[in-house]
Design a protein. Structure first.
Length: 374
């Protein structure tokens, strides 16, 4: 399996700036428009996967611990940004870095250059057991999609955007202001085209010249087994559509898990409480309890103390990176002293007290019982 650090030629301690620099260097080497070797396309896609993973703190942490399989099991998209194809090298740099071209230096932003779409966030709530065992849930989002009528141009069919005469297509103009300190010149957004560089005299009626329109979309979301409250899942390119052919943003789904009235979770372990009688504590017992997998018999060993626990291995929460491995179900035992007892029970407890204390029972039965089992 590929090592993302080796692909970029960096150390595991590399900073984000070092990752960016390495990606720029390797992208120039392996982009299929530049390198005609048969393996160039595959290597360039691997570069994209490595860069996208290591620039995201959450994905990088998961990758460092569990590798690419861990990313998939955690619900991350591991296909990379170029799974559906890629534009020319300048387009890639514009989308990723906001304008680092093939020559390697910065340049004035081109208003007609591809721009990445915005990221979106969706919060969902699921049941406790759904988080434990995973599920597939249909979610609905409202996002901006490229207008199908004008294909993103913003112009009505048959019409074309025209270069803005005010800024000459630059999207910005120089503005000189006279002050008591002299003349100051600054670059400002063109007031005529609002920074687009083009104007549309005959706009598309569906998107009103925007090139994008709001649309509802349904997505089948696979929630992995073992997901915890507050977990964030990233769906690549499911956010708002890009502009001028830029890549779409990402959708971040934040999972909120409803608390259970019976189970308490700590990592991959599950805790429940079990009350038993003094007799059960002394003699031991087999008791049926509720587990994540249904009713199950648990053996209480003789002589168990108040606050001690019984562990059921493999009955907890699946490990997010390795679902076949599950935590433990930990049953915390509490010994309940009876508030009211029958005459027969009273006789037995008095006899027990005499045996254990070596003297005649005195005082209230309840107090003596507490003394025996404290």
């Amino acid at each position: 399996m590929s090592d993302y650090y080796e692909i970029l030629g960096i150390e595991k301690t590399a900073t984000k700036e070092e990752i960016k620099s390495a990606f720029r260097k390797m992208a120039r080497k392996w982009h299929p428009d530049v390198n005609k070797a048969p393996e160039a396309e595959a290597k360039f896609k691997e570069l994209g996967k490595a860069y996208e993973t290591l620039m995201d703190d959450e994905k990088r942490a998961t990758y460092d611990r569990f590798g690419e399989d861990g990313l998939r099991n955690a619900g991350f998209n591991t296909q990379g940004p170029f799974a559906g194809g890629f534009g020319d090298l300048d387009e890639v740099f514009n989308s990723f870095f906001g304008g680092f071209g093939f020559g390697g230096g910065s340049r004035r932003s081109d208003p007609n250059a591809p721009r990445r779409g915005d990221d979106l966030r969706l919060d969902i709530e699921i049941e406790f057991e759904e988080a434990v065992f995973g599920m597939t849930k249909e979610i609905t989002i409202d996002h901006l999609e490229t207008c199908p009528s004008c294909k993103g141009s913003g112009a009505k069919e048959g019409a074309k955007p025209e270069t803005c005469k005010t800024c000459g297509g630059a999207g910005s103009i120089q503005q000189t202001t006279r002050t008591v300190l002299g003349h100051f010149t600054q670059i400002v957004t063109c007031p005529h085209c609002h920074g687009k560089g083009t104007v549309i005299s005959d706009p598309c009626p569906d998107c009103h010249g925007e090139g994008r329109k709001t649309a509802e979309k349904k997505i089948e979301l696979k929630i992995p087994a073992g997901v915890d409250n507050g977990s964030r899942m990233r769906l690549s390119h499911e956010g708002d559509a890009g502009v001028n052919g830029g890549v779409a943003g990402d959708l971040y789904v934040v999972v909120h898990v409803k608390p259970s009235l019976y189970f308490k979770r700590d990592g991959i372990n599950i805790y429940t409480k079990l009350e038993i009688s003094p007799a059960q504590a002394v003699l031991g017992d087999t008791i049926s309890i509720k587990t994540l997998d249904g009713e199950r018999n648990v053996t209480i060993p003789a002589g168990i103390q108040h606050g001690e626990s019984v562990r059921i291995r493999g009955a907890g929460v699946p490990n997010l990176s390795k679902p076949s491995v599950r935590g433990e179900h930990i049953v915390v035992v509490s010994i309940k002293i009876p508030a009211h007892i029958s005459n027969d029970e009273k006789v037995l407890y008095e006899k027990l007290y005499e045996i254990q204390a070596g003297r005649k029972a005195k005082g209230s039965v309840k107090e003596r019982i507490k003394g025996v089992f404290k």
